[in-house]
Design a binder for this molecule. Structure first.
Ligand SMILES: NC(=O)c1ccc[n+]([C@@H]2O[C@H](COP(=O)([O-])OP(=O)(O)OC[C@H]3O[C@@H](n4cnc5c(N)ncnc54)[C@H](OP(=O)(O)O)[C@@H]3O)[C@@H](O)[C@H]2O)c1
Length: 316
């Protein structure tokens, strides 16, 4: 253990970072050990990570000093922000900038930053195809992460950029799965504008990040877009149908209808789906299933993910 290189993991009690910690500790003969960073080291989730063999330390992305302390002596750092906790792109950008600065000050040799595209490079604020949100964003939870890439570059933090994809786990946790229509038949509704959606098992994101750490510092400066599969709406509905053993239809929800759903961030999510459809071929090309499998040979297909999870998806 003492000779293993430490990977400090932000978001370790969450989906992405948790996957990184579990991937590191599942590989008993690997060269790394994980240091889980959390605001609540005494939480059940933190204790579960300690049970895997991870060191658990306190750290808060709103406080750069705590991050610097948490990164001290680490070889690597996995960095992720959670926009959905506060819905503030400015705060997300500040947190990511603090991560970049802390990693630089702590002399971390390899950072993997979980980012997304700054959609304003494709749809500038002057482009009326998408409404401008929160004053200077088109898709706030994408744009702030993309803008934060520059913080990692500005600080000259040795960073590999990981472009995540839609978690299929959203079908479990965010009520995005198939619902019964008026005729009693199940229908999967998503606003895809006829396009395809790169998706991934959330756990595979951490496994791919671990694959990047294993590949090493030669990957610094590169962008790795990952996905388990890139599927159309009808293809995902057919997957649900196979897993459930009953017919599941697909409804392509109009973007305006989706933006009007009224949940916190519905406008942001609606713009995200519309932007993904506007540049669909390019968006999908940026997430490469073969590359993802080369980082993580255990990468799940949608059918495989469904076989493990279909019982957890609320269908009413
Ligand atoms: N859902 C999707 O389809 C999807 C796809 C691509 C990207 N994303 C992005 O994924 C991000 C969320 O990642 P996730 O799903 O892994 O999160 P998650 O499961 O919701 O967990 C959030 C994690 O963030 C940590 N955290 C939050 N604020 C923190 C702070 N101030 N300091 C330190 N740690 C903090 C939490 O740690 P503690 O509470 O233990 O401190 C927790 O581990 C979002 O920004 C989202 O935009 C989501």
């Amino acid at each position: 253990m003492a000779d293993k290189k430490v990977i400090a993991v932000i978001g370790a009690t969450g989906a992405q970072g948790g996957g990184v910690v579990r991937a590191i500790h599942a590989d008993g003969r690997g060269e790394f050990t994980a240091r889980a960073i959390t605001r609540r080291p005494g939480s059940d989730k933190a204790r579960a990570l300690a049970g895997l063999g991870a060191e658990v330390v306190a750290g808060d992305a709103d406080d750069v000093t705590t991050l610097e302390r948490a990164f001290a002596g680490a070889h690597g750092a996995f960095c992720v922000t959670n926009f959905w906790e506060h819905l503030s792109p400015e705060r997300e950008l500040a947190q990511a900038s603090a991560m970049a600065r802390a990693a630089k000050r702590a002399r971390v040799s390899h950072v993997v930053w979980s980012t997304l595209e700054d959609t304003r490079h494709w749809v500038p604020l002057s482009d009326a195809r998408l409404s401008t949100l929160k004053g200077r964003y088109k898709v706030p939870h994408f744009d702030a992460k993309g803008e934060a890439d520059e913080a990692f570059l500005r600080e000259a933090t040795p960073t590999t950029f990981l472009l995540a994809a839609f978690y299929w786990d959203n079908f479990i946790h965010f009520g995005m799965g198939p619902r019964k229509g008026p005729d009693g038949e199940l229908v999967l509704g998503l606003p895809l504008g006829g396009g395809r959606l790169p998706g991934i098992a959330a756990e595979d994101i951490g496994k791919c990040a671990y694959g990047i750490f294993r590949r090493g510092t030669d990957t610094i400066g590169q962008r790795f877009g990952i996905a388990g599969e890139v599927l159309s709406g009808p293809e995902m509905a057919a997957g649900f149908g196979r897993a459930l053993g009953r017919k599941v239809g697909f409804h392509d929800i109009p973007f305006d209808v989706y933006r009007g759903f009224g949940f916190p961030g519905a406008d942001d999510m609606g713009n995200m789906f519309e932007w993904q459809s506007l540049i669909n071929a390019e968006f999908c090309r940026a997430r490469d299933v073969d590359l993802s499998r080369s980082l993580n040979p255990e990468l799940l297909s949608f059918d495989e993910w469904l076989a493990n999870n279909v019982g957890r998806i609320p269908l009413e």
